[in-house]
Design a protein around this ligand. Sequence first.
Ligand code: ADQ
Length: 467
Amino acid sequence: MASKNRLIVVANRLPVNRVKKKGRLAWETSPGGLVSALKPFLTETGGSWVGWGGSPGKAPTPFTHENIQIRPVSVTAEQVEKFYAGFSNATLWPLYHDCVRTPQFHRRWWWPYVDVNRQFAEAAAAEAKPGDTVWVHDYQLQLVPAMLREIMPDVRIGFFLHIPFPPLELFAQLPWRREILTGILGADIAGFQTPQGARNFSAACKRYAEASGTDTKLEHRGHTVVSKAFPISIDIENVEQAVTSKEVIDRAEELRKDFASKRAGERKILLGVDRLDYTKGIEIRLRAYEELLRRGAHTVDDCVLVQVAVPSRETVGEYAELRAFVERLTGRINGEYGQAGRTAVHYFRRNLDYKELMAFYRAADVMLVTPLRDGMNLVAKEYVIAKTGEERAGTLVLSEFAGAANELGGGALLVNPHDVDGLAATMDVSITMPESEVQRRMGLLQRAVRKNDVYGWAHGFLEALRS
Ligand code: ADQ
């Protein structure tokens, strides 16, 4: 039943994928936490989702899917290259992740970013009615809040940034810093993963966008904007259900045998699961593992590294380079330290299906989450819940530069992900940690993650937006 005040979600991608079923094209709900978290709110209010369908060219006409109005936005092939691969992923992505790669500033990318943001704002305005709530997501669409407010002043607008908002000194480099800040300031609430992100945003607005106010409340051209942390989480129940199913338990056991068994005793499984992205710290993690083996305190007889990497943004130059580098390094480590029947690093470049991923988590003794910078990092939270009901707990090694460190710092082993020696030393500690300490830390982690799931996150944001 559609209620009066609807929710309209605006995100780069639609919550549905085009698939071929029995020779005919159909739409299927895409997997993912964001989609499942927002679905109840959308179906309850007869809400809409505005986004790109994933193929360049003319967009399909709006349609209804599982009681959600879907409004696809057209994005041309040239815009995909300049707005998406260019400005979003080669300018903003590195700039917002502490410049771990040099951001590229090109005017020829900026204008398509403005154009595509306007297309999204117009599509949102076509869906919204006065009194509705519009929730805009992420770095690709930072101009949408102000553009939409100009067309429709009488809607509530929320904006959530999934990646970090950088410190003032780095953000200051952006030639279009004022335009971006003014864009977000069109929202009633600007949400971030951490309190630091919210503070960075407020500081930048006061310095470069003539806003006044505090770390959490800004005044801009007579409009009040709340700047606040809303740490995202996972669908806890979904993970629990999967990992307590016989299928996943058996598969985890099988993986343990495949990776970890040796003639006498067992090897400790160290696991990394990431998009193949230069912000995730995969190469330094591999070098630290190499250092651990070089020191001789551990050998392939007592530990093994399993790295699962999903291919990502392969048309962007830096990503292709990273892949080549990671693959060379893996080969070098195996060449140097592998033994017959005992590979040092198992490297999988693929997307695992959900249950398989859960079985990998469950089988792992140590989870290595070592991004150089990360908005939150859901892998860390998934791993913790994947250990539900498992006698053999596990240790989380977590970068102090992941948003998740704010909530999980108590139970995890925190590391500086740039420090090869420090990381190798922490790997050593995690491999030799007494079982009672592993259990104690896992207890702390589980309590911390269970405080907030992705539904609580969405509910908290929307409550704040509607009040
Ligand atoms: P991402 O950078 O994609 O997200 P992350 O939070 O770790 O980072 O989410 C990745 C998701 O992909 C996880 O749910 C994980 O299970 C899945 N995944 C990773 N590798 C996989 C594999 N090999 N096979 C299958 N699934 C895999 C951005 C920000 C993060 C922020 C999220 C949500 O960069 O900081 O936490 O958005 O806001």
